[in-house]
Design a protein around this ligand. Structure first.
Ligand SMILES: Cc1ncc(COP(=O)(O)O)c(C=O)c1O
Length: 401
């Protein structure tokens, strides 16, 4: 039985070219970038080369890229580090955090509340899982230290109006952190990237922090990046030798940084190579996914698409299927060779209702029936079609007809 991986938003395999590019830095060229001998200097050069390549793809300067241990650390540094630095500079102990953020952001905000006396206000979503800039404006105070929102939701795939949100936060002088872990590789995070001169017209739409993660893109788990404006104050989370321009200590993951650079370059080249414009590939991927959605809605009684109908990640499809728990459906699909997820990977395995669907106004019972399918750019129509057929058969086997 050939396996169809429709859980690629959870993680993806390391791409061959990525591994090949990393290999020398794990073997012969294993130096510590802080060492002054030739082996160390070559490692430092490789790290700076990777940093420059990551920056080029994202449209920022190399000095803005802080290489982290993944999306979770990038989110923690963006939320905690930027908020504490803003508070130290005189801002109020108040932050606004989106209600449907990843745990990495929500738990970082909880940490600020518990250990630093920061008041955390949650920004709600509409029935499609979207934030609104007007609602954000109503929650902001003149001294709000930080706003943290995602570029797109990992569970239902809704793409947020991030530019409007950033502008609203900027208007009161708040710092802004954007979690772009799910969008990097799919759509430019450039409009959402920090770093332009503050005098340009677009500067007010630029966040302070942008988090990305390697393993969603074909790089290994355990590497990611936080993009910060040059010279922006950030309170480090990890203290030590002062690597990453004093923003993140610890001997650098040179091979990981090289892998992240190559994975980003491949994703960008594919968007440009397979299509005349970046949008075209995304549209082709979305068209295959849309047929899957139509097949599921036609063949699984009661199934409803969750998330925004159009403003969504191109390879994301998520549903609630009344009367069947997400977990039994996942097990039935797994037995038929289809890998999917009941929501975010970290919530999988528990029978808790999806907090994202609860925030969108679904009942707890309905939110327990969440199921998510996330393909990749190369998922074929045949694979999507087989998944729809197997989903309908799985639902029938569980008594939904
Ligand atoms: C939106 C979002 N943010 C952050 C993360 C955490 O990234 P990592 O797994 O690299 O720690 C994930 C991973 O699922 C995610 O989907």
């Amino acid at each position: 039985m050939t396996l169809i991986d429709l859980d690629q938003a959870a993680t993806a395999s390391v791409r061959r070219q990525v591994l090949e590019a990393m290999w020398p830095h794990l073997t012969g060229e294993y130096g510590n970038p802080s060492s002054t001998h030739a082996l160390g200097r070559r490692a430092a050069d490789a790290l700076e080369d990777a940093r420059g390549r990551i920056a080029r793809i994202l449209g920022v300067r190399a000095a803005q890229v802080v290489v982290t241990s993944g999306g979770t650390e990038a989110d923690n540094l963006g939320v905690i580090g930027l908020a504490l630095a803003a508070i130290a500079a005189g801002r109020e102990r108040h932050i606004v955090v989106g209600a449907v953020e990843h745990e990495a952001v929500l738990a970082a905000a909880d940490h600020l509340a518990r250990w630093h006396g920061v008041e955390v206000t949650r920004l709600g979503v509409d029935a499609f899982g979207r934030y609104s800039a007007e609602e954000l404006e109503a929650l902001l105070r003149p001294g709000t230290a930080l706003v943290a929102v995602q570029h797109a939701n990992n569970e239902v795939g809704t793409v947020q109006p991030v530019e409007a949100l950033v502008r609203a936060a900027r208007a009161v002088g708040a710092r802004v952190h954007v979690d772009a872990v799910q969008t990097a590789g799919w759509m430019p995070v450039v409009p959402a990237a920090p770093g332009g001169p503050s005098t340009t017209a677009g500067a007010d739409a630029r966040p302070d922090g942008v988090a990305i993660s390697g393993h969603k893109l074909g790089a290994p788990k355990g590497v990611g990046a936080l993009i910060l404006p040059t010279g922006a104050p950030v309170e480090p989370l990890i203290h030590g030798g002062g690597q990453e321009r004093d923003r993140r200590s610890g001997t650098e993951n040179v091979a990981g940084a090289v892998g992240l650079a190559v994975a980003l370059e491949l994703a960008e080249a594919e968007r440009r190579g397979r299509a005349a414009t970046a949008g075209e590939l995304t549209t082709a991927v979305a068209a295959r996914r849309d047929r899957f959605v139509a097949d599921v809605l036609a063949s699984v009684p009661g199934a409803t698409l969750t998330g925004h109908p159009t403003e969504r990640l191109p390879a994301h499809a998520s549903f609630v299927v009344p009367r069947i728990g997400g977990e039994p459906l996942l097990i039935a699909l797994d037995e038929r060779g289809i890998i999917a997820s009941s929501g975010s990977a970290c919530a999988a395995g528990r029978d808790d209702p999806s907090p994202v669907l609860l925030a969108m106004g679904h009942s707890p019972d309905e939110a327990r029936t969440a199921i998510r399918f996330t393909g990749g750019a190369s998922t074929t129509q045949e694979e999507w079609t087989r998944a729809a057929t197997e989903l309908a058969a799985s639902a029938r086997s569980l008594g939904v007809s």
